[in-house]
Design a binder for this molecule. Structure first.
Ligand code: NAD
Length: 515
């Protein structure tokens, strides 16, 4: 394993931040140290927001103006934002790699996702359509209209440091809302950079389309306590929170207690079923990306593989070869496929899970730390393949919990009912896959008696969703949906309007009330 340690990683970060328009005062001398997982070194120190309430109040003021701007014009802002992101794709993608440790092509892919959602949302700004419905009363028309909601709170996780903001912000802004973003305290630099790009887009919009309210998109920097202030603010009618299930357990009830809306995008424990007719070459490639990509740190990472008895030995021996040879190292290096874990805490959680697996009778291949003498604070690991013994519990507790690291648990099955029961037998419900050439098996998996997840795929892996579909999961994944399809409806309030254009006043349900 190679890590390109050199004194310039912090310098390079500062250079990128300057290029993206972030002033040095924003990332030097603050109380929050920011590290790069590539070497574990501190690359910046940024200031924590001390008065979140002020920022939220400013966002509310901004909303009151922005909601009066016609939606297609709001879409124009997002179109310009997409253009700005396009021209800074490489630089911002590089910063994602430095701050989150993703390989470069995934860093760039994350910014591409931001660009794609801007394109989607710009088009959407002319399609925020309500229905016209038949009224039961003569000379009456009934319709529904969609209105802006208010400032939208966005809380995001470290592993998609910028894309999650864009999925929410692009929709929220065309829907007429302002946004207040609390990024992960582990990845605030990409947030500062994104904010600078947004401000440039807003200035361009103002120069051609007239005024734009200040504080349309704002940042709150800090940890959980800062996030809680956003969650508890009566000025924020919707919070979209992405992170672990324990985070959602805290945020969900707090929002419910003040009748605010929640979009919860929480942990996953995603599984793939490999059937006897599967195209094994394709399946192997899909498993490799889903299970090992992003060092197992995607909410959609493949964590459980449920393999038919008849092909188990063949598939697993091939998988072991891939696990043994995959290139691990500096994510900036072109050949690298697996970068570092985000921090020591992640590494410790991975080791606990592997210890628990051994205790439950499992056999482990890989999982060891790969240390580099020049980067003692970085945590690189070989992905682990954990074969669960069918003699013991078919799905022990360790398999049922999400460990945010590259561990793939492998289970055996004999018939599809058993496989689906294992598949659905966990608390999370985000993404799922089946690998089969048998139409009946594929359709069963997608049916009401198949996968219970928000995302169910055939012959592709669990990770790497497109922005065009609604994204989210069931059960302890939180039930939220964001990004494409009709996810925009969560960012608006719906009014049902009935108009009487006649001279009588007939009452619904034939009620009479003559005075
Ligand atoms: P985390 O839960 O530690 O933190 C996520 C965010 O929530 C951070 O910004 C954090 O400061 C904030 N936060 C934590 N506790 C809070 C509280 N009580 N009130 C308000 N804010 C709070 O998660 P992480 O380690 O950054 O990310 C990994 C987790 O996120 C995994 O479980 C992963 O599956 C999940 N995730 C889910 C999705 C999805 O779309 N379902 C996407 C990405 C990540």
């Amino acid at each position: 394993m190679e890590v390109l340690t050199n004194a310039t990683i912090a310098d390079r970060t500062h250079e990128i931040l300057t290029q993206l328009g972030v002033h040095a005062s924003a990332y030097t001398g603050g109380s929050l140290p920011v590290t790069t997982p590539i070497t574990g070194e501190v690359i910046a120190r940024i200031a924590v927001t001390t008065h979140p309430a002020k920022t939220i109040a400013a966002a509310h003021k901004s909303f009151l103006k922005w909601r009066t701007v016609p939606a297609p014009k709001r879409g124009e802002l997002i179109r310009i934002l997409g253009e700005e992101l396009r021209s800074h794709r490489d630089t911002l993608g590089h910063l994602v790699t430095i701050e989150a440790g993703k390989i470069l092509s995934e860093g760039l892919g994350e910014v591409q996702e931001m660009i794609d959602i801007c394109t989607f949302a710009a088009g959407l700004s002319r399609q925020l359509a309500g229905l016209t419905l038949p009224s039961e009363r003569p000379s009456h028309r009934m319709m529904e209209t969609w209105h802006p909601l208010g400032p939208v709170g966005i809380i995001s996780a470290f592993n998609f440091p910028v894309a999650v903001w864009s999925w929410n912000a692009a929709l929220a802004l065309v829907c007429g809302n302002s946004v207040v973003w609390k990024p992960s305290e582990k990845t605030p630099l990409t947030a500062l950079a994104t904010q600078a790009i947004f401000e440039r887009a807003a200035a361009r919009f103002a120069s051609t389309h007239g005024d734009i309210p200040a504080d349309l998109s704002t940042l709150l920097i800090g940890g959980a306590s800062v996030g809680q202030q956003l969650v508890d603010s009566p000025l924020v009618p919707l919070v979209s929170a992405t992170g672990s299930t324990p985070m959602g357990r805290s945020v969900g009830p707090r929002l419910a207690s003040r009748f605010a809306r929640a979009i919860l995008e929480l942990g996953g424990n995603n599984a793939g079923i490999v059937c006897p007719t599967a195209d094994l070459d394709l399946t192997l490639r899909a498993i490799a990306f889903s299970a090992m990509g992003t060092a197992g740190q995607r909410c959609t990472t493949l964590r459980r593989l449920i393999v038919h008895d008849s092909i188990y030995d063949k598939l697993i021996s091939q998988l072991k070869k891939v696990y043994a040879s995959v290139a691990i190292g500096d994510p900036r290096e072109p050949g690298t496929l697996i970068g570092p874990l985000i921090d020591k805490r992640s590494y410790t959680a991975m080791q606990h899970a592997l210890t628990d697996s051994v205790a439950s009778g499992a056999t482990i291949t890989g999982g060891e730390r790969l240390q580099h003498p020049e980067a003692p604070e970085a945590f690189y690991v070989r992905p682990a393949l954990v074969e669960i013994s069918s003699q013991t519990d078919p799905q022990p507790e360790v398999v049922k919990r999400e460990t945010f690291a590259p561990i793939l648990y492998v289970l055996k099955y004999r018939d599809l009912d058993e496989a689906i029961a294992l598949h659905n037998g966990v608390a999370q419900g985000l993404s799922s896959s089946i690998f089969t050439m048998d139409l009946r098996e594929a359709e069963r998996f997608l049916s009401a008696t198949g996968s219970d997840c928000g995302i169910a795929n055939v012959n592709i892996g669990t990770s790497g969703a497109e922005i065009g579909g609604a994204f989210g999961g069931e059960k302890e994944t939180g039930g939220g949906r964001e990004s494409g399809s009709d996810a925009w409806k969560a960012y608006m309030r719906r009014a049902t309007n009935t108009i009487n254009y006649g001279t009588d006043l007939p009452l619904a349900q034939g009620v009479s009330f003559d005075i």
